[in-house]
Design a protein around this ligand. Structure first.
Ligand code: ADP
Ligand code: ASP
Ligand code: MG
Length: 407
């Protein structure tokens, strides 16, 4: 039995007309597969509206109740879409995560999938040709509803494909595939026919929201080939797959950016052992993810420690810093939310030097000041003022020869 998993994002199911287009795609796909699992996101804007509602009700909404609330966006889209399929005589039913179940841990708001009952899913196929599954949601062993983090429907889809041993998982979205950078801010971005899991992981973790990072981790681990394609045309899109030799020929294969950054600096901290642990220990205890970290060389036995966190964690971070700054002897704590990070990614960097220098020179020429730098084997990341982010993406895209060749 050939099972195909197809996921459609928020803009693909935004309204009746969009859903009718998706119904055509799914109906057509029944010619090349015996059974289809359709994974849907909430309609565009619905998740944001639900989150705003939670914040209107409470300064600090309860995490579990927040998940119970925001997961309803997907319940709306799967039931509406299944109605459309049934109107056309297709044997279909909707499934919420708890009805399968998709079991997760209890990290509300960013839960991780632990198991999926694939036998139960297969049993549903005895009666139905299309199962329409709510993405983004899961449930704990003790039946609490969870969500997988923003953009998490991609992860639902790939995890379902892995559980059903489906060879390919199609992710339908509002762009034609994975590009060398976000095509919505760089008109010269090029669509890639293939991209290695490792590069896609870096792109996703550096902010390219076209795929949720956990979905790429699942795909790599369970060898699911992921095809990113558009709901609005028939292009074959981009295949996310195992690394191959030709990819290493490219020095830099993509540029990503992330506006969800806030910078925090502890000024004039005594340069003694234990300070970093005193700063980052309490943050990790409270589940605050710290991204970039820089500690300056000390002057007069005093140093500055700067790090970045997600903007949603800034308030919490500043509260924690206010508690510890006195005991570690910091002169002051300052922060800045008008920052963003830009990254150049490429497996080809493993064997080449000078990539960072080229990036810095290009940005300097345009007068863009670099606030922080971090590098790994296959990426360079810089923190800059947010107002320069689109310009920096375009400059780096051009510098590393990724621009679309117009002639
Ligand atoms: P969906 O709602 O379908 O899940 P998302 O908005 O989550 O769609 O992801 C698609 C968006 O990702 C595109 O509209 C595009 O702006 C953005 N994006 C960022 N980087 C890239 C990239 N390298 N390639 C393609 N799209 C990208
Ligand atoms: N609806 C959720 C979100 O907006 C999940 C998703 O779209 O993948 O983040
Ligand atoms: Mg998405």
């Amino acid at each position: 039995m050939k099972i195909l998993v197809q996921k459609f994002g928020g803009t693909s199911v935004a309204n009746l007309e969009c859903m009718q287009r998706v119904r055509e795609k799914v109906t057509d796909s029944l010619k090349r597969a015996d059974k289809i699992v359709v994974v849907l996101s909430a309609r565009a804007g619905d998740t944001n509206n639900l989150l705003a509602l939670a914040e209107q009700w409470s300064k600090n909404p309860d995490a579990a109740e927040c998940d119970a609330l925001v997961s309803t966006g997907e319940q709306v889209s799967v039931s509406l879409f299944t109605t459309l399929l049934k109107d056309n005589g297709i044997k279909a039913r909707s499934l919420l995560a708890y009805q399968i179940p998709v079991i997760t841990d209890d990290s509300f708001g960013r839960a991780r999938i632990r198991s999926i009952d694939s036998d139960a899913l297969r049993a549903f196929f005895e009666q139905y040709d299309v199962l329409v599954v709510a993405g983004f949601q899961g449930c704990t062993e003790d039946k609490r509803i969870t969500t997988l983090g923003r953009g998490g429907s991609d992860t639902s889809a790939v995890a379902l494909a892995a559980a059903l041993e489906s060879v390919e998982c199609e992710i339908y979205t509002d762009v034609t595939g994975v590009y060398t950078t976000d095509p919505n801010i760089c008109s010269t971005a090029r669509k890639m026919d293939r991209i290695a899991y490792s590069e896609m992981l870096e792109l996703a973790s550096m902010g390219a929201k076209v795929l949720h990072i956990r979905s790429v981790e699942f795909a790599q681990k369970y060898k699911v080939a992921v095809r990113v394609r558009s709901t609005f045309n028939d292009d074959p899109g981009t295949l996310v797959t195992q690394e191959d030799f030709s990819m290493e020929a490219l020095l830099v294969s993509g540029i990503a950016y992330d506006r969800d950054q806030a910078r925090v600096t502890l000024h004039a901290v005594p340069d003694v052992p234990g300070v970093a642990a005193a700063v980052f220990g309490p943050l990790s205890e409270k589940d605050v993810l710290v991204d970039m970290i820089v500690q300056n060389t000390s002057l007069d036995d005093l140093t500055d420690i700067t790090f970045t966190v997600s903007r949603k964690d800034l308030k919490h971070t500043l509260e924690i810093m206010a508690k510890i700054s006195h005991s570690i002897g910091a002169a002051e704590v300052v922060h800045d939310v008008n920052v963003a990070k830009v990254s150049a990614i490429g497996v080809g960097m493993r064997n080449h030097s000078g990539v960072a220098a080229r990036a810095f020179a290009a940005l300097t020429q345009e007068g863009i000041n670099i606030l922080m730098i971090s590098t790994s084997e296959i990426k360079i990341t810089i923190l800059i003022k947010e107002k320069y982010v689109e310009l920096a993406v375009r400059i780096l895209h051009d510098t590393f020869g990724l621009d679309w060749d117009i002639d």
